[in-house]
Write a protein that binds this ligand. Sequence first.
Ligand code: ADP
Ligand code: MG
Length: 239
Amino acid sequence: MVAIAIDKVHKRFGSLEVMSDVSLDIPSGEFVVFVGPSGCGKSTLLRMIAGLEPISEGQISIGGRVINNVPAAQRDIAMVFQSYALYPHMNVYDNLSFSMKIARKSRAERDTRVKAAAEMLQLTPYLHRRPRELSGGQRQRVAIGRAIVREASVFLFDEPLSNLDAALRVATRVEIAKLKDSLPETTMIYVTHDQIEAMTLADRIVVLNAGRVEQVGSPIDLYLEPRNLFVAGFIGSPA
Ligand code: ADP
Ligand code: MG
């Protein structure tokens, strides 16, 4: 089943077209990685899927329903940002349970889900700390935990590891690989400009360049049969 259908999508900021005629079907449960140089439109595409940015032309459907005019809060999507975007005044427990409070989940259900997510992400010892008392890697795990407790059918990650140092980046990448395995039905779109992340995590890689799709394929397909020099250069170059 197709989870997300992107159909002839364009995005303009004023007279500047930053996304031109992008079409892509993403099956349920797939882990898709968007790669491409800075400014090529990766975040803009994620933000249109999430409902944080209007779509100029074309349409996006989730689970068969066109969502162009559906508010972000009603899209069954959880998003993890590069900057974590945690609530600074709340401890980890409250950061994790906040969206469920808004959704009027019972205290017992919130507690069960928070504890399960904390266990999964090795955050149990830190539930009573504030974000400023955590390392960058722990903060990003809280941000991932907030996505998990929402049990959304789609997870979007926008360069979640790029603010971490090299060692933490590897450790957190391993956490994300585990998350992918433990939620096989959840569709995940992951933006990065790091080829190693793309190659190790992706079921399929979408190479974007200047607002267009250059090539879509499995990591091995792109590695062995890049369609053009741009893809070859991008996949082959060191991180
Ligand atoms: P990426 O995430 O691939 O680095 P972005 O999606 O952030 O790229 O940006 C794509 C293009 O759109 C860039 O040229 C950027 O300058 C432009 N852009 C993004 N957001 C805005 C905005 N709010 N107003 C005007 N231009 C924008
Ligand atoms: Mg970006």
